[in-house]
Write a protein that binds this ligand. Sequence first.
Ligand SMILES: Cc1cc2nc3c(=O)[nH]c(=O)nc-3n(C[C@H](O)[C@H](O)[C@H](O)COP(=O)(O)OP(=O)(O)OC[C@H]3O[C@@H](n4cnc5c(N)ncnc54)[C@H](O)[C@@H]3O)c2cc1C
Ligand SMILES: NC(=O)c1ccc[n+]([C@@H]2O[C@H](COP(=O)([O-])OP(=O)(O)OC[C@H]3O[C@@H](n4cnc5c(N)ncnc54)[C@H](O)[C@@H]3O)[C@@H](O)[C@H]2O)c1
Length: 461
Amino acid sequence: MTKKYDAIVIGSGQAGTPLCKKLAEAGLKTALIEKRWVGGTCVNDGCSPTKAMVASAKAAWGARQSGHLGIFAAGVTVDIQKVIERQKEIVLRMRSNVEESMAETKNLDVLYGEAAFCGVKQIEVTFTDGKKQLLSAEKIFVNTGLKPKIPDIPGIGDIEYLTSTSLLDLKEIPEKLLVVGSGYIGLEFGQMYQRFGSAVTIIEGSERIMLREDTDIAEEMTKILTDEGLDIQINTKVVSFANSKDGIVARLKSGTKVSERTYTHVLLATGRVPNTAVLKPEASEIKTDEKGFIIVNDQLETSVKGVYALGDVKGGPAFTHVSYDDYRIVAGNLLHNAHRKTSDRILPYCMFTDPQLGRVGITQQEAEKQKLKVKIATLPNSWVARSIETGDTRGMMKAIVDKETGKILGAAVLSNEGGEVIAVLQMAMLGGITWEQLRDSMFAHPTYSESLNNLFMNLDE
Ligand SMILES: Cc1cc2nc3c(=O)[nH]c(=O)nc-3n(C[C@H](O)[C@H](O)[C@H](O)COP(=O)(O)OP(=O)(O)OC[C@H]3O[C@@H](n4cnc5c(N)ncnc54)[C@H](O)[C@@H]3O)c2cc1C
Ligand SMILES: NC(=O)c1ccc[n+]([C@@H]2O[C@H](COP(=O)([O-])OP(=O)(O)OC[C@H]3O[C@@H](n4cnc5c(N)ncnc54)[C@H](O)[C@@H]3O)[C@@H](O)[C@H]2O)c1
């Protein structure tokens, strides 16, 4: 028999988790279906565990190279078991908080099982014990996220490769780690494991790392990472993998040159694909694109009225704050008639390498593509008082401003606390503050944000 709800949320990601509570609190009889753990990727396999481990790696690196600050820490060792334990404890605490707050919510049923559409607005749940239940609702919200993409490389099925999820359970430090892909996951994990003591090689199929970012930022990041000892190979592809008595042999192709190198571990960081194959949105007439992402309009409604897709599964930038904002849009529009749209928002993000890359708005290459009339301001961190004082002058700042209006269109801050500094520029963008106003504003001294004065002074004719 089909059980009827007012609302069903599929997936306890960064949108589904707050949304199911909000709907239930508004009086709607609501079901949340989650196949694994509440909290989704961010809490369990993404932001929280990785950023906890990045902090450990930064501490190891800081201790090893603090001689220039007059501090000498002899015999720095990494206890990877302890690093993993700490990360797991943080995840468990966060997940338990979510579980508790859901248990306390009236009108909310949390169902642990896998959901698949079996008709228009009809869902079949397969519970963890194998039992099945049919559910239906007038309002359905899909927040099923992504999973690691496994590239189709000959021999890949024969080797024991790692993904960003399985690496979080590895209780040893890889001796020689090959990272395939140089996006967020490749660079964050690559630098982290180099700092833990691995010899890390990153291979990237394209002509440079971080294709979404400007060339000068990518070059600066390459220098920072190679100075730390990472081996970065661009324009390189893995032709095949094979096992040998010494480890995993990767056959690499760079232009016409083919070479074989042996690694103890391989991390696949070649992107992520949507969790829609099992979900079968097509059974509910929900349209997807050729890669399986669910197609939505500006208010996150799918091709079926009353069915919404939120977070990574709808394609586009895959970040926690985007998914959470999707929740705000859908909850605001449905419960408070807010008329919010996805096209109205400014996108910030941060890559948690060290130094961090904080980003907001458009890049210079996007401005050129759109043929916008812009001015570009850049400032190396070697000119930033705060960077000199703290002893880390790696990186740079950059801003793209509209030539006519003086407004900020985008910025990149590759610096210590780059993710925090970028929020200042995001606020300027939200408030329509011009580069001249930032050049002439008083900031507390000595802070990283204070260097925005100098960044924009560089635009003076
Ligand atoms: C290693 C890593 C590090 C990251 N670091 C950052 C970071 O620092 N900052 C940042 O902003 N973003 C980061 N991200 C991205 C971020 O985690 C995601 O963008 C964010 O979690 C939003 O995901 P979501 O809400 O779309 O769904 P998710 O959080 O992925 O949740 C989807 C949920 O749906 C469940 N599910 C899937 N299919 C079904 C089904 N058929 N039935 C029932 N349940 C189902 C899954 O089990 C999962 O719990 C990182 C990602 C990774 C992998
Ligand atoms: N700090 C953060 O916000 C953060 C951190 C981690 C992950 N994430 C999210 O997770 C998503 C996935 O991250 P990701 O790093 O896996 O993907 P990505 O799309 O950022 O990068 C994948 C990289 O792999 C390269 N590549 C693809 N196939 C290849 C092959 N066969 N050989 C060599 N190189 C290959 C691509 O050219 C690209 O540079 C990101 O889009 C991001 O939204 C965010």
